[in-house]
Write a protein that binds this ligand. Structure first.
Ligand code: GLY
Length: 269
């Protein structure tokens, strides 16, 4: 999840790959996964990479009724000790939420939890955080009522929220951007205008990557200062290395086939 600062990423929730994974939604980067065992091996390597770099991981069992259940990021938003349970934007994904919510409520004992009601819709994958500045994608999954619900949570903290319109050829804001550090945003050409993020706080930078490396712009800044990246995106890797960042690479091909990126597979809390 992209709603916690890098230094807050001590624990992560993930969910195992279901037998039904080949039926996962795939309309953007992916043409549909074909090999559940390969997806499981890649997912296990992802978990191992988090654990090897300072993150304590809890894995929920898969649910075969929900082909997209590994993409937990969309199901809960944890911000500075409060939790928003969004109404997910795709009807097939709504029933994935209860075990995730139950686990987080027991882990974060007494956490103040807001549930999105009415027609509000949001996927957690539409949120990124740059220090205490938040961005949300208005997308096919996240509507204005969902954004209003997030805004009201952030107002309690005094955090600013900026809205970015996601073009129809992208799923989520996190599908095309991430904050590998608390002062850096990666974003590909060909999706958003140069003004989309507005003026960034002093010391922060927007790094534009080639359009063909859009998938590689989704990264996870780890609590030990390294950055988890998908294998195969040389410009993204070179740009981060040039900033002195050490990379941890994982193969994501079979998860990408289901339109899933690195951040989609975890909720940090
Ligand atoms: N396959 C991930 C999603 O569409 O939500």
């Amino acid at each position: 999840m992209a709603s916690v600062r890098v230094d807050q990423k001590r624990k992560a929730l993930v969910r195992r790959v279901p037998e039904s994974f080949t039926n996962a939604l795939a309309y953007y980067f992916g043409s549909g996964p074909t090999d559940v065992e390969v997806a499981r091996a890649q997912h296990q390597a992802y978990i191992a990479a988090l654990e090897a770099n300072g993150v304590q991981v809890h894995a929920l069992e898969a649910d075969d009724r929900h082909p997209d259940c590994i993409f937990v990021e969309d199901q809960a938003v944890v911000i500075d000790g409060k939790m928003l349970l969004p109404h997910p934007g795709h009807p097939s994904r709504v029933a994935e939420q209860p075990p995730i919510a139950e686990f987080l409520m027991s882990e974060l004992e007494g956490v103040q939890t807001c549930r999105m009601g009415g027609e509000a819709r949001m996927d957690g994958g539409d949120i990124i955080r740059l220090g205490d500045l938040f961005f949300v994608g208005r997308s096919s999954r996240t509507n204005d009522l969902g954004i209003a619900s997030l805004r009201s949570l952030l107002e309690d903290f005094g955090h600013e929220l900026r809205v970015i319109d996601i073009p129809s050829h992208a799923l989520h804001l996190t599908s095309i951007s991430s904050t590998p550090t608390d002062s850096t945003i990666l974003v590909p050409e060909g999706y958003l205008s140069p003004e989309a993020f507005g003026e960034l706080p002093s010391g922060c930078e927007l790094l534009w990557m080639p359009e063909e490396e859009a998938y590689g712009c989704n990264t996870i800044g780890l609590p030990n200062g390294k950055v988890l990246v998908a294998k195969g995106y040389p410009t993204v890797h070179a740009t981060l290395r040039a900033r002195g960042l050490e990379l941890v690479e994982v193969e994501m091909s079979e998860i990408r086939a289901a339109d899933g990126s690195l951040t989609c597979c975890s909720i940090f809390y």
